[in-house]
Design a protein around this ligand. Sequence first.
Ligand code: C5P
Length: 262
Amino acid sequence: MSPPFTFSSNFLRKDICGSAWIGRQVRGVKTRLVVAIDVPTFVSARRLIETLAGIEVTFKVGYEALYGYGPELLGLLESRGAAYMLDVKLHDIPRTVHAAVKALVRPGVALLTVHALGGAEMLAAAAEAAVERAAELGIPAPGVLAITILTSLAAKDVSALGLGGSPGESVLRLAALAREARCAGVVCSVAEAGGIKAACGAAFVVLCPGIRPGGSAHGDQRRTATPGDARAAGADYIVVGRPIVEDADPAAAARAILAELS
Ligand code: C5P
C-alpha cells in the first residue's frame, strides 16, 4: 500500500513570493491588466493576442481555451515567450491536485488557480507541487492563487451554499487559509481586496475579476467594480474578459482600462 500523502516540511513561502514571475509583479503598487482569452477558437484567440501585442497585458487561459484548443494556444504563448495565467480552478483531493499542478507547470505559467474551498491540505499540495515541479524544470515557480468566492455569486447565493456571514467574511476566512497553506495569493472581488491586503500583508497577491468599466454590461458577474476602484483598493491584478474581448476594438478597450489603472 502506498504511504499517505504528505507535504515536505522544508517548503517555504518565500519560494513562491520570491520567484521571478511573481516578485517582478507585486513590487510597487501598480495594478496590472490580465485579459481573459475567452473566445471559442484558436484562430480567434491568436487574433486577439496579435491585436493586443505591444499593449502591457498578461493573458489568462481559462476553461474555454484550455478545453477547446489548449495545446495550440499554450504552444503559441510559449513561442512568444509570454508569461501567462492558467485559470484551471482545480478542486479535488490533495493528491490529485498535486499531480495536476505538476503536470501543468511549464515555462511561461506565471499564475495558476485552485479553489480555496478544496481545503487547507489541497491548497498546500498545490503550492508545494508548483515549487517542486518548477525546481525540476529549472524555471521560476508559478504563483498559486486560491479562488475565494466567485465574483458571480451575490450574498444570497453564498448563504444558499451554507456559508455563514457575508461574502466578505467568507473571503477573508478563505484568504487566511490560503496564506497559511503558502499560496501566493487569492482571487476575490474588489470589495474584499483592501481587507485581504491588511490581513495577509502587502506581498500576498490579490487578483480581482468581475471588473466592469463604467457603462459595460455585467452579464453573469455580481460583485463588480471598475478598474479605478480596483486600483484604489490596491489590487495587484484585474482580470477582464468580455469588456475587452467583445468590444469592437479590443486594443482601444484595453488601453482605456490601462489609462484608468495608471
Ligand atoms: O468576461 P469577464 O470579464 O466577466 O471574465 C472574467 C474572467 O475571469 C472569466 O474568464 C472567468 O472565468 C474568470 N474568473 C472569474 N471569477 C473568478 C475567477 C476567474 O470571473 N473568481
